[in-house]
Design a protein around this ligand. Structure first.
Ligand SMILES: CC(C)(COP(=O)(O)OP(=O)(O)OC[C@H]1O[C@@H](n2cnc3c(N)ncnc32)[C@H](O)[C@@H]1OP(=O)(O)O)[C@@H](O)C(=O)NCCC(=O)NCCS
Length: 185
């Protein structure tokens, strides 16, 4: 039997999305990160690092992709200092998160997560193309991100290059290996 056509939409996230998107992020990391991180790293990163950064929602630069009306992916970009981490991580870091200067400093690609039921269907690529176009339109000439290891293959495919390998130390002492990556627009 032929598969029914899928309606894929991309829209800005609102405060009402934050709780369901945090649940999506939880499912994404638990199912897609094994093989890249061990069980302790997954638990700790969900507690201390991964989650929605509500500042991006307020800025209008965090997005949801829905497939047939179901939240399937989230991600965004930012013209602020913070390179990674949800609200709980920023609280830990006490980041002030000032805006950066377009044209001289790269925009940030932030918090891409795809629900495991919708992985490898091009949703992250579609989200990236939208974010890159908005960042370019805002005057940015380069993009930077902190890639978690499950994200690195995606970002390499998109043309990002690794600037440095970074061990992110979480408050409970667990270390999350990541790669800081950059792409010229
Ligand atoms: C990383 C992630 C966002 C990718 O989402 P996705 O929608 O499955 O990615 P796409 O389908 O758009 O992939 C586009 C291309 O990137 C590459 N790619 C993506 N995921 C890959 C993987 N796990 N292994 C190898 N290549 C991969 C492939 O070239 C892919 O094209 P193909 O499927 O035609 O081969 C998703 O796996 C995820 O949410 N992971 C867990 C959370 C996470 O670590 N997020 C990154 C935070 S920095």
């Amino acid at each position: 039997m032929a598969e029914s056509p899928q309606r894929i939409t991309l829209r800005r996230a609102t405060p009402h999305d934050i709780a369901p998107l945090n649940a999506l992020i939880d499912a994404s990391v638990r199912r897609l990160a094994p093989g890249f991180y061990d069980a302790q790293q997954i638990e700790s990163s969900l507690r201390h690092m991964f989650g929605v950064d509500s500042r991006l929602v307020d800025d209008g630069t965090y997005f949801v992709i829905e497939v047939n009306g179901v939240r399937a992916a989230c991600g965004g970009w930012s013209g602020r200092q913070t390179l990674f981490g949800g609200d709980q991580h920023k609280a830990d870091q006490q980041a002030t998160d000032a805006p950066v200067e377009p044209g001289t400093v790269p925009a940030r690609i932030r918090a891409f997560f795809v629900h495991p039921d919708f992985a490898r269907r091009g949703l992250a690529r579609r989200m990236y193309e939208h974010c890159a176009a908005e960042a370019r339109a805002a005057g940015f000439r380069a993009l930077e991100l902190m890639g978690t290891l499950p994200g690195v293959p995606l970002y390499r495919t998109l043309g990002f290059e690794t600037l440095e390998k970074v061990d992110v130390l979480l408050p409970d002492g667990v270390v999350i290996p990541c790669e800081r990556m950059r792409l010229e627009l």
